[in-house]
Design a protein around this ligand. Structure first.
Ligand code: C2O
Ligand code: CU
Length: 473
């Protein structure tokens, strides 16, 4: 452990490296130690209107982009200047359990006025993010999230490497955030969805422009930090080539539409081969279709090249252990609940639990394998237990009428099949979007010791019971 004083010194040493452009999220530069202060601040959303009150990191929305290189050690001092407890989770990073940031499961909450040093190695390159794991359904939408980028040792060649943190805010008539977090009606339905989509803390829409030069190759890292919104992004006039899901390399492939549930990330390559001066819309065709998210505007500069860059866009994969499917422990996980679902969705004290009673008496609306749990407090009864190194095969069966981005901490899993059909890319992920009534088979090696969260990343669903833990020892 390093002392707080030497940590602060190194933070100010890296502060000088800060460099960002208007279209990029602000970055604190790259280095070993950062200080993140969780607190209250105000930031403009719509130009000319009153500033909006947020909770967040270092007085900015989103929080600073943390940048490291694969193999580095991250040292993050989190100060809590809020009036409530918090704890920070590093989504997707394979950290030791005690650094995972889950209050009452992996650590005690960070009390107001107090701080905690998180310190962990970075075995994987990729696009990750950070957010509190305490009352996530409230703290995240209030503005507490930021990107965490781990660069490859040998990065692919691009002209621009861009991070877009996607989110939304729910603004009321007074121009402030509507403080209706955790309403049972949101918990039991599609979650609390905002009315203004945000890209790097600025309103999405026609006026959100992104300048490119003809001939350029852009690597676009998208992070869905919204509590409940599922994006379905399409870009006119361009091919979107996926090179990574949740930070992990995948066989590069073109997609027409990028479906991104809460918590999920995708790295895209876009070769900007249209003519100087032209513009193209990036639109959201997700269920809550928000229309135009941004406009790609070609500058008038003369093209950088006339043919797309020829260099490889294949990322060097991280080292993840292949699960042994033949010998894997296999389990079915049944998801039930939500409005419009079956009336009985589990058991409480051995008695069949009716959804209306669960909602009224317990404020819960979902079950995983017949059990509904409150956020964290009851989390010391893992739903599954494994020996370290064991291969695990999980059949996730979604019996609800809602989509759920299911996330497992401390591990990546391979997405083997959807509705029994083998997936084309057998991709690694840490969060997988199960469509309504869909089943998804995933597999991984349980190689990281500790008790790990396994929950829906629609944060209202997690608060509404769709959470559990798995233990590895
Ligand atoms: Cu993004 Cu359990 O977290
Ligand atoms: Cu869900």
């Amino acid at each position: 452990m390093i002392s707080r004083r030497s940590l602060l010194k190194s933070v100010s040493a890296v502060a000088g490296l800060t460099g960002f452009s208007a279209s990029q999220a602000k970055s604190v530069g790259s280095g070993a130690a950062f200080e993140l202060t969780a607190g209250l601040f105000e930031q403009e959303v719509h130009p000319g209107r009153a500033k909006v009150r947020f909770w967040g990191f270092n007085d900015q929305l989103p929080g600073p982009v943390l940048r490291y290189k694969k193999g580095d050690v991250a040292r993050l001092m989190v100060n809590n200047a809020l009036k409530v407890d918090t704890a920070v989770h590093w989504h997707g990073l394979r950290v030791p359990n005690e650094m995972d940031g889950v209050p009452f499961v992996t650590q005690d909450p960070i009390k107001p006025g107090s701080h905690m040093l998180y310190e962990f190695g970075l075995p994987d390159s990729g696009t990750y993010w950070y957010h509190p794991h305490q009352s996530s359904y409230e703290q995240v939408p209030r503005g507490m999230y930021g990107a965490f980028i781990v660069e490859e040792r040998n990065p692919i060649e691009v002209d621009k490497d861009v991070v877009w943190v996607l989110s939304d805010v729910k603004l009321g008539a007074d121009g402030q955030q509507v403080e209706d977090y955790g309403r049972i009606l949101d918990l039991a339905n599609a979650g609390r969805i905002g009315n203004q989509v945000m890209v790097n803390g600025k309103p999405a829409g026609n006026s959100n422009t992104f300048a490119v030069r003809s001939g350029e190759r852009v690597r676009l890292r998208l992070i869905n930090a919204a509590s409940a919104r599922i994006f379905g992004l399409m870009l006119a006039g361009h091919v979107l080539t996926v090179i990574a899901y949740d930070g992990q390399a995948v066989e590069p492939h073109a997609v027409e539409r990028v479906n991104l549930g809460p918590g999920m990330r995708v790295d895209l390559i876009i070769d900007c081969m249209q003519v100087s001066g032209s513009t193209f819309s990036l639109t959201d065709a997700g269920g809550r279709g928000a229309g135009v998210i941004a406009r790609l505007e070609y500058t008038m500069e003369k093209p950088l090249r006339s043919k797309a860059m020829a260099s490889s866009i294949r990322l060097t994969p991280n080292t993840l252990k292949e699960p042994d499917i033949e010998r894997a422990q296999d389990h079915y996980i049944l998801f039930q609940g939500g409005m419009r679902g079956a009336p009985v969705i589990g058991k409480i004290d051995g008695q069949p639990a009716k959804i209306n009673e669960l909602m009224e008496k317990h404020g819960l609306a979902w079950t995983m394998n017949y059990s509904a749990q409150h956020e964290h407090a009851l989390m010391h009864d893992p739903m599954l237990g494994f020996r370290q190194g064991e291969s695990v095969l999980l059949h996730l069966i979604n019996e609800t009428d809602f989509a759920h981005p299911m996330h497992i901490h401390g591990h990546f899993f391979k997405v083997l099949a959807v509705n029994g059909v083998r997936t084309r890319f057998q991709e690694w992920r840490d969060t997988v979007l199960m469509g309504p009534r869909e089943s998804v088979d995933i597999a991984f090696v349980a190689d990281n010791r500790g008790e790990w969260m396994f929950h829906c990343h629609i944060l209202d669903h997690a608060a509404g019971g769709m959470m559990g833990t798995i233990a590895v020892d």
